[in-house]
Design a protein around this ligand. Structure first.
Ligand SMILES: NC(=O)c1ccc[n+]([C@@H]2O[C@H](COP(=O)([O-])OP(=O)(O)OC[C@H]3O[C@@H](n4cnc5c(N)ncnc54)[C@H](O)[C@@H]3O)[C@@H](O)[C@H]2O)c1
Ligand SMILES: [Zn+2]
Ligand SMILES: [Zn+2]
Length: 338
């Protein structure tokens, strides 16, 4: 079968490899859609920490079951997605119901070979039913679940102001699930194109450009002086993360979904004064995947909003580098297989 391998940074090559055969506890999927994520683009660029090559990328996947073992309740030919973070099942996090931050986590397409191939083998425990959804929708469940998880972590309540900093695919999903939780959402970015997308496609009424406006003043206006009770970083920019602390209401929560390599610093008296809560949000759990799927079924979120670029799997190698260029306005690119 055909696979696309990232042999070294900036070098993708198609390679014929053996089709996976069925082993105990595994399911074989025929891949139908591959969503391209920032992680894949960073891996391609060689800027993804702790990444080893050669590697088959891709973890935002939708496919059809062609063979299975131990996949109770699933059927041959069923449309599915799966939770691509494989966990050990016995570490402290797994025991406490947090497989998303397993000590020994293996993310498909990151730590182990992923989904840029015609067929893959995944643990049957990771499967998620996709009945009633399209393959396009199913490929978007994972990136949306990241945002849904952060909103659940923050226990977002109806009518509270949630500021989401960063309107990339991850931040946009976060905004949608904040809205679904009933919050009043404020979108912040430095890219007007992305803020327009928030306004026009996601119907978010408050948008702030962090470079062009006096952010504190705008937030005071929007929240009538109270400031947002939840601030979520989805930029992965150290500068944006350090700045985010000052936008938080007294008693508020700051959730870091974005990730960067440096050390965060903030004023302890300012943090103390607010009795603020700081938390990170990593990956997502089955509960989040199911929440995303139910929200898609209820049409509360329209995943087709996000797909700005489509490509056949046979052209993915050629097109891949283009997805990184901001001039192309990519939000989500999806590769298709028949
Ligand atoms: N929590 C998780 O498990 C998880 C999963 C996937 C991705 N991530 C992380 O989420 C982050 C976002 O991912 P993405 O794919 O949406 O990235 P992206 O680069 O597409 O989007 C980031 C956005 O932040 C904006 N931005 C940058 N600096 C800013 C600033 N100073 N102020 C305001 N906005 C600013 C950019 O203009 C861009 O629109 C990354 O750090 C990524 O590593 C986390
Ligand atoms: Zn991803
Ligand atoms: Zn574990």
């Amino acid at each position: 079968m055909k696979s696309l391998v990232c042999d070294t940074p900036r070098e993708l090559n198609y390679r014929e490899i053996n089709q996976p055969s069925l082993s105990p506890g595994q399911t074989i999927l025929k891949i139908k859609r591959i969503g391209i994520c920032g992680t894949d683009l960073h891996a391609f660029d060689g800027t993804q920490p702790f990444f080893s090559y050669p590697r088959i990328l891709g973890h935002e996947l939708a496919g059809e079951i062609v063979a299975m073992d131990g996949a109770e309740g699933f059927a041959i030919n069923e449309k599915v997605t799966f939770i691509p973070y494989f966990n050990c099942g016995h570490c402290v996090a797994c025991k406490n119901g947090k497989p998303n931050c397993c000590v020994d986590i293996r993310v498909f397409g990151v730590h182990i070979d992923g989904g840029m191939a015609e067929y893959i083998s995944v643990p049957s425990y990771s499967l998620v039913h996709g009945e009633g959804l399209s393959y396009d929708e199913l490929a978007l469940v994972e990136p949306l679940a990241i945002g849904a998880h952060s909103i659940r972590r923050a226990e977002v309540r109806k009518d509270e102001f949630v500021l989401v900093i960063g309107a990339g695919p991850i931040g946009l999903g976060t905004m949608e699930f904040a809205r679904i939780a009933g919050a009043r959402v404020i979108a912040m970015d430095i890219n007007n194109g992305r803020l327009e997308f928030c306004k026009n496609r996601l119907k978010i009424s408050h948008t702030v450009n962090a470079l062009e406006e006096d952010v504190k003043k705008r937030l005071i206006e929007i929240t009538e002086g109270e400031m947002p009770t939840v601030v979520i970083d989805a930029t992965g920019s150290l500068k944006a993360i350090n700045n985010g602390f000052q936008y938080l209401a007294h008693g508020g929560k700051y959730v870091l979904v974005g990730l960067q390599k440096g050390e965060i610093s903030f004023s302890h008296p300012e943090f103390h004064k607010r009795e603020a809560t700081l938390m990170s949000s990593r990956n997502a759990t089955r509960e989040d995947f199911e929440h995303v799927i139910n929200s898609m079924k209820k049409k509360l979120v329209d995943p087709t909003n996000y797909i700005t670029h489509r490509v056949g799997f046979e052209d993915l190698k050629e097109e891949f580098a283009k997805f990184k260029d901001p001039a192309n306005g990519v939000i989500k690119a999806v590769a298709e297989l028949n």
